[in-house]
Design a protein around this ligand. Structure first.
Ligand code: FAD
Length: 393
C-alpha cells in the first residue's frame, strides 16, 4: 500500500493524487529538460562568506568555507588527473578537502542579455553587486550529500525556524504558518536530495540512495511530507502566475537552437492542458493578508524572510550555500510575485523579474518536483522496508 496522503494539500487547491499525477506526467519530464538548457543552467551568485549574524565565530575559516576561484580548464591536464603517486595534494586540483563539497564554476560570457536588474524586497542579495558574483554551472554542482552537518548547520536551521506560528495570536497564524511551511517544505526537499544522492562508502567513493536517512528525516514525519507538497504547489502557482512574463522573456544565450527549445518547453509547461484542467490554481494567495493588520503582517513577514535569505550567507559549505541561496531566492521570487501583484503593494507598478529570479524559480520548482516524485515513488517501498505505517492527515 502506498503513502496515505489523500484529499486536498493543506491550504492549497489541488489533491495529493492530482499533484502526483501532473508531476510525473507533465512537470517532472519538462522541468528536467528545461533546467539543462544554457539559460537555466548558469546561476549568478555571490558565494563568499559574509555572514551578517555571527561575525566572530570563525565560521569562514573552516576548510569547507574556502572558495576555489580557478576554473578546472585552466589547469594542466596532468594536474587534473592524478597519477596515483600521491605526490600532488588535493589543493593543487583546486578543490576543497572533500571533493563532493567543492563547486565547479563555468562562466559563459555569452549568456544572458537584455534583462533588467531590479530589487526583490523579499530577499537580501543585491544582484547589482556584479564584481563579487560569479556564474556557477548548476549541472556540474548537483544538490546532494556534502557532509555538512553539526552545530553550524543546526544553528542555521534553528535560526530559520526561530519565528513561527506559535508565537502569534491565532488570527495571524495563517500567514505566519505559510512562511514556516515554505521553509519546512524546502528543508524536506534538501533532506530528500541528500538521501537520494549519498556518499555510501567514502573509501570506494560509492554514491547511492540512503533510504533510512530519507525515512528518518522526512518520510516518518507526515507534516514534513505535507509541507513539501505545499511548497511545491506554492512555487508552481507563482510560476503559472508569471506565465505572461515567462512567455515573453528573452532567453537569448547565443545558442539559437537551445534558446528556442527553452522557450518551447516552457510554453508547453505553462499551457499544458492536463495541468491547467486538473490543477489550474495550485494555491490561492488572495486569501492572505486580508483585514486591518494585513499590510503590517506582510511587512513583518517580508522582513523575516529577508533575514532567512541573509542567513544563507552563514552556511559553512559552498555547495550547500549555492543551493540554499538559489532556492531561497526562488521562494522569495514566488512571494514577491504572489504578494505584490494586486496585493498590498501599489498595483500600478508593473512588476519586474530579474533574470536570476526566473532561473531560481524554475530550478527551485524542478528540485521540489524531484523531491515530490521521490516521495511518491519511494515512499511505499521505504515504508515496507522499515515495516512502519506512515499516517497521513
Ligand atoms: P537537520 O536536517 O539539520 O534538521 C535540524 C532539525 O530541524 C531537526 O532535528 C528537526 O527538529 C528539524 N527539521 C528537520 N527537517 C524538518 C522539516 N522538513 N520541517 C521542519 N523541521 C525540520 N547538507 C548536505 O549534505 N547537502 C546539502 O546540499 C545541504 N544543503 C543545506 C542547505 C541549507 C540551507 C542548510 C541550512 C543546510 C544544508 N545541509 C546540506 C545540511 C543538512 O540540511 C543538515 O543540516 C545536516 O545533514 C544535518 O542533519 P540533521 O540530521 O542534524 O538534521
Amino acid at each position: 500500500e502506498g503513502l496515505k496522503y489523500h484529499g486536498l494539500v493543506e491550504d492549497c487547491c489541488c489533491e495529493y493524487e492530482t499533484v502526483d499525477r501532473i508531476n510525473v506526467e507533465v512537470l517532472y519530464p519538462l522541468l528536467q529538460q528545461i533546467v539543462k538548457y544554457p539559460f537555466f543552467r548558469y546561476f549568478k551568485v555571490k558565494l563568499w562568506c559574509d555572514c551578517p549574524f555571527w561575525p566572530d565565530d570563525g565560521l569562514c575559516h573552516l576548510r569547507d568555507c574556502s572558495v576555489c576561484e580557478c576554473p578546472e580548464n585552466e589547469f594542466p591536464e596532468s594536474f587534473r588527473k592524478p597519477s596515483g603517486t600521491g605526490l600532488l595534494s588535493d589543493k593543487l586540483f583546486c578543490q576543497e578537502e572533500k571533493p563532493e563539497a567543492a563547486v565547479d564554476r563555468t562562466v559563459d560570457a555569452k549568456a544572458f542579455k537584455g534583462w533588467m536588474e531590479v530589487d526583490n524586497p523579499w530577499t537580501n542579495d543585491d544582484e547589482t553587486d556584479n564584481a563579487e558574483m560569479t556564474y556557477v554551472d548548476l549541472q556540474l554542482n548537483p544538490e546532494r550529500y556534502t557532509g555538512y552537518s553539526g552545530p553550524s548547520a543546526r544553528r542555521i536551521w534553528d535560526a530559520t525556524y526561530v519565528e513561527n506560528c506559535y508565537n502569534y495570536p491565532s488570527e495571524e497564524c495563517q500567514e505566519k504558518r505559510i512562511l514556516y511551511k515554505l521553509i519546512s517544505g524546502l528543508h524536506s526537499s534538501i533532506s530528500i536530495h541528500i538521501a537520494a544522492d549519498y556518499l555510501l562508502d567514502e573509501k570506494t567513493n560509492t554514491w547511492g540512495q540512503n533510504l533510512s536517512l530519507m525515512y528518518d528525516r522526512v518520510l516518518k514525519h507526515p507534516d514534513r511530507v505535507r509541507n513539501l507538497y505545499f511548497t511545491f504547489l506554492f512555487a508552481l502557482r507563482s510560476v503559472l502566475k508569471t506565465k505572461e512574463y515567462l512567455e515573453q522573456a528573452d532567453y537569448d544565450t547565443g545558442n539559437p537552437l537551445d534558446d528556442m527549445k527553452t522557450q518551447l518547453s516552457l510554453k508547453r509547461l505553462l499551457n499544458d492542458h492536463q495541468l491547467l484542467s486538473t490543477c489550474p490554481k495550485p494555491f490561492d494567495e488572495a486569501k492572505l493578508w486580508k483585514g486591518q493588520s494585513g499590510p503590517e503582517l506582510m511587512r513583518q513577514t517580508q522582513k523575516q524572510f529577508r533575514n532567512i535569505s541573509a542567513l544563507m550567507d552563514c552556511i559553512g559549505c559552498e555547495k550547500c550555500r549555492l543551493w540554499g541561496k538559489l532556492q531561497v531566492l526562488g521562494l522569495g521570487t514566488a512571494l514577491k510575485f504572489l504578494f505584490s501583484v494586486n496585493g498590498a503593494q501599489p498595483s500600478a507598478q508593473r512588476l519586474q523579474l530579474q533574470r536570476n529570479e526566473v532561473i531560481a524559480s524554475i530550478n527551485l520548482l524542478n528540485r521540489l518536483s524531484e523531491s515530490v516524485k521521490l516521495v511518491h515513488e519511494m515512499g511505499p517501498s521505504v515504508e515496507q522496508m522499515f515495516g512502519k505505517i506512515i499516517r497521513g492527515p
